[in-house]
Design a protein around this ligand. Structure first.
Ligand code: UDP
Length: 233
């Protein structure tokens, strides 16, 4: 497959057209709006591919086609639904400031939140009625998204726990294929989840990155090594 022109550049990835109108290439950058960490893009690419392959095996449809090179992955072209779907198991970040739970509080059951992806509005938190008013998706699509989000959490949580990592919360994005099928899109990496060491509570994710950028790649690599039981790269 041939890589064509750049379609879109985000903070973490560039997306290219290909000679197949149904396929795109996502290329992970080493930077994320901040200082670049050499190799970070390749590690995040690998982590996201591994996790999506696992989710596919468990019956969650995703946009993933195949990894193309260390930092590139072939994905299906979807219409991205402009919602950030957050699933939470333990209170952290904006949940603590919004409803006053102390950081680290284990939630009675997983909490799902939606944020409207709009840079102009600062990605406000919304509910399902706002999503329908804005025609972001249909009620049927949103119930599929909800079901997938809880299921993804139920798959990732024990998987990561087996690696000694606690999944605190995670951001998911979904897309619509031309035939209307809803699929998991974007990425799942330590930059889009909060991951804490299950024993020590040490933060292994982007909270760590904010404080200590040079360590971000090491942390992703450690997770990847644990994920692939030492067999990666
Ligand atoms: N998150 C993300 N991208 C965003 C917003 C949130 O990946 O644009 C992730 C974030 O890393 C965390 C979870 O979603 O794992 C919940 O984020 P929260 O609402 O607590 O916001 P934060 O405090 O991280 O800004």
């Amino acid at each position: 497959m041939e890589k064509k022109h750049l379609l879109y550049e985000g903070r973490a990835k560039r997306v290219y057209a290909t000679d197949d109108p149904e396929l795109l290439i996502a290329a992970y950058k080493d930077s994320r709006g901040t200082a670049a960490v050499p190799g970070r893009g390749a590690v995040n690419n690998r982590v996201s591919v591994c996790l999506m392959q696992m989710l596919e095996r468990e019956g969650i449809p995703t946009h993933l086609v195949e990894q193309r090179s260390d930092r590139e992955t072939v994905i299906r072209r979807v219409h991205i639904i402009p919602l950030k779907v957050i699933i939470r198991n333990v209170a952290a970040g904006s949940l603590c400031t919004r409803i006053g739970l102390p950081e680290g509080t284990r939630l009675r059951s997983a909490i799902l939140e939606y944020y409207y992806r709009s840079a102009a509005l600062g990605d406000p938190m919304i509910n399902r009625y706002h999503a329908f008013e804005l025609q972001l998706c249909t009620p049927e699509e949103l119930s599929v998204i909800d079901r997938y989000a809880f299921r993804i959490n139920d798959i990732l949580k024990p998987f990561l726990r087996g690696l000694g990592v606690d999944l605190i919360d995670c951001k998911l994005e979904f897309g619509r294929l031309p035939d209307g099928t809803i699929v998991l899109a974007d990425e799942i990496t330590p930059d889009t989840c909060r991951l804490w060491d299950a024993e020590t509570g040490e933060k292994l994710d982007r909270d760590r990155f904010r404080r200590d950028p040079g360590r971000a790649k090491d942390v992703s690599e450690a997770i990847l090594r644990r994920m692939t039981r030492g067999n990666f790269v």
